[in-house]
Structures are given as structure tokens and as C-alpha cells.
Ligand binder design. Structure first.
Ligand code: BJW
Length: 234
């Protein structure tokens, strides 16, 4: 067996946020003219908001679903796909983003902790199905045939993010934790850097501006993801 086979691969956990897709033309949430501008968060991103006015929520996500199918991955998504293919690297790619730009850049097994815009879920029977078209109150569940029970397959405030056990295990055994393009304002993702530090894992932030979590990282680099991420991966 070659000696290299005994060398363990470097385990890197990357967390991405809205900032990585900004240069593809996908608006972030909290910037000026961010996604929440013109919407009350609790109206469009909570189960209570959906129960109050599902049509408003459908329209919000229908617009974003159409838009996301018109944009392309950028240099930062491509750099992370390249990192995932690198020999000697064991990459766990966790994204808070509901777009599919990591996959379209060539990344595999992306952990979408806040769900996926191009999927819908039946709130009655739980089936998850691909969804590229508009949803409405008239949408019919393909499994249970119920009416007005399909919702975007996303994680709203007050709901449990996906894959937390897997993410926690990956962070605690990582050699490096890197957060890219996220404001550090939404939990539990904002705590990942603290989880990493508790496990003695070196932490790096790549972000346009100072974030709410910047002070917790060992190192923070400021700039556009489209420049910082390829430079870090090289
Ligand atoms: C660039 C750039 C460029 C720009 N290059 N950078 C304390 C502890 C635990 C929970 C809570 C807590 N306090 C409150 C909570 C509850 C709540 C929460 O966090 N509330 C906060 C508002 C305080 N959290 C929840 O309810 C979560 N569930 C939960 O906690 O379950 C119980 C639980 C408890 C304990 C452990 C485990 C579980 C669920 C949160 C769901 C969030 N959902 C959303 C919507 C998803 C669907 C959709 O997309 O519509 O997720 S909200 C929204 O925010 C979306 C995002 O994924 C998320 C994060 O946003 P992100 O990515 O950081 O974007 P921005 O816009 O905020 O920042 C962009 C950054 O990029 C900026 O810094 C820019 O500078 C930068 N940038 N251009 C590089 N070119």
C-alpha cells in the first residue's frame, strides 16, 4: 500500500451564507435593499406567517424560485467545488442558502441546513418533491392528493434546521472551520464557530464586512467572496 494511503485527509467544514451568492445576483437578507426589505420577516419566514397568509408566502418564494433559475454560480462556488475534488481534503460543505448554486458549480452532498428552494414539502404527509414551478394554495400534493398543503421545503424561524447532528460531528472532528458570506445573526448557524472553538478547531471568516460573529474567529478576511474564496482555495 502506498505511504500516502496512511496519511489522513484534512477535514474542512465550510459554512456558506447569502453573501456567497450575492455576486451571482441573488440578494442577501439583511443588506440595504436586502430580501427582507419590503417584507416583515415574521410574515414570510415563519410557520405563523404561512398559516396567516399562505398566498403571500407562496408569492415571496415563487419570485425567488424564478430568479434563482436565471442566475449562475460564481467564482466562489466554483472554488469550493474544486476544493471538494482536491486530493487530501475531506470537505463538509454546509450552506444556509436555499439556492442550488453549489450543486450547479459541481459540489456534491451539500448539506442544506435551511432547506432547498427547488423542493416542496407536503405539510400533511411530509413528502418532499422537486419543484421548479410556482406554488399556490391550489397546489395538490402528488402523494396524498391534498389541496393547499404544499409549502416550500425551507426552514423558517422557530423550525429545526436540517442535519444538525451531522454538522456538529463534522465540526468537532474538523481540522479547520471556515464561514463565508454570513452575517452571524441567525442561530444555530451563528454558533458553529463557537462549537468549533470549543473543540480546538482553527476558524476563519471570509466576509465582505464585519459580522456579528467576527470577534469569535481566529482570523477574519474582508472582501468579496468571488475573490477571497478562490485565493483561499489556491
Ligand atoms: C458578502 C458579499 C460578498 C454580502 N462576498 N460576503 C439563540 C440560540 C438559538 C436560536 C435562537 C437564539 N435566538 C433566537 C433564536 C431563534 C432563531 C434566530 O436565530 N433568530 C435570530 C433572528 C436571533 N433561529 C431559529 O428559529 C432557527 N431554529 C432554531 O433555532 O431551532 C431551535 C434550535 C435551538 C438550538 C439549537 C438548534 C435548534 C431557524 C432559523 C431559520 C432561518 N431561516 C432563514 C430563511 C430560510 C429560507 C429562506 O431563504 O427564505 O434562513 S432566515 C435567513 O437568515 C435565511 C438565511 O439562511 C439566514 C442567515 O442569513 P445569512 O446567510 O447570514 O445572510 P445575511 O443577509 O444576514 O448576511 C449576508 C452576509 O454576507 C453579510 O455579512 C454581508 O456582509 C456578506 N456579504 N455580499 C462576501 N459579495
Amino acid at each position: 500500500m502506498p505511504a500516502a494511503a496512511f496519511l489522513s485527509r484534512m477535514k474542512i467544514v465550510v459554512l456558506t451564507g447569502a453573501g456567497i451568492s450575492a455576486e451571482s445576483g441573488v440578494p442577501t437578507f439583511r443588506g440595504s435593499d436586502g430580501l427582507w426589505e419590503g417584507h416583515r420577516v415574521e410574515d414570510v419566514a415563519s410557520p405563523e406567517g404561512f398559516a396567516r397568509d399562505s398566498q403571500l408566502v407562496h408569492e415571496f418564494y415563487n419570485g425567488r424560485r424564478r430568479k434563482v433559475q436565471e442566475v449562475e454560480p460564481n467564482a466562489a462556488h466554483h472554488a469550493l467545488a474544486k476544493l471538494g475534488r482536491a486530493r487530501g481534503v475531506d470537505l463538509t460543505l454546509v450552506t444556509q442558502n436555499i439556492d442550488d448554486l453549489h450543486e450547479r458549480a459541481g459540489s456534491h452532498e451539500v448539506l442544506h441546513m435551511h432547506g432547498e428552494l427547488l423542493k416542496a414539502r407536503c405539510k400533511e404527509c411530509g413528502v418532499v418533491v422537486p419543484c421548479r414551478e410556482d406554488l399556490s394554495r391550489a397546489s395538490i400534493c402528488p402523494a396524498c392528493r391534498g389541496i393547499d398543503c404544499m409549502r416550500p421545503h425551507v426552514v423558517w424561524f422557530g423550525e429545526m434546521p436540517f442535519g444538525l447532528d451531522e454538522i456538529s460531528a463534522a465540526i468537532s472532528s474538523a481540522d479547520q472551520f471556515v464561514a463565508i458570506g454570513t452575517s452571524g445573526r441567525v442561530y444555530p448557524a451563528a454558533s458553529f464557530v463557537t462549537w468549533a472553538r470549543h473543540s480546538g478547531v482553527p476558524t476563519l471568516e471570509l466576509n465582505l464586512e464585519e459580522s456579528a460573529a467576527s470577534g469569535v474567529f481566529h482570523e477574519s478576511r474582508r472582501g468579496r467572496a468571488g475573490e477571497l474564496v478562490p485565493a483561499w482555495v489556491e
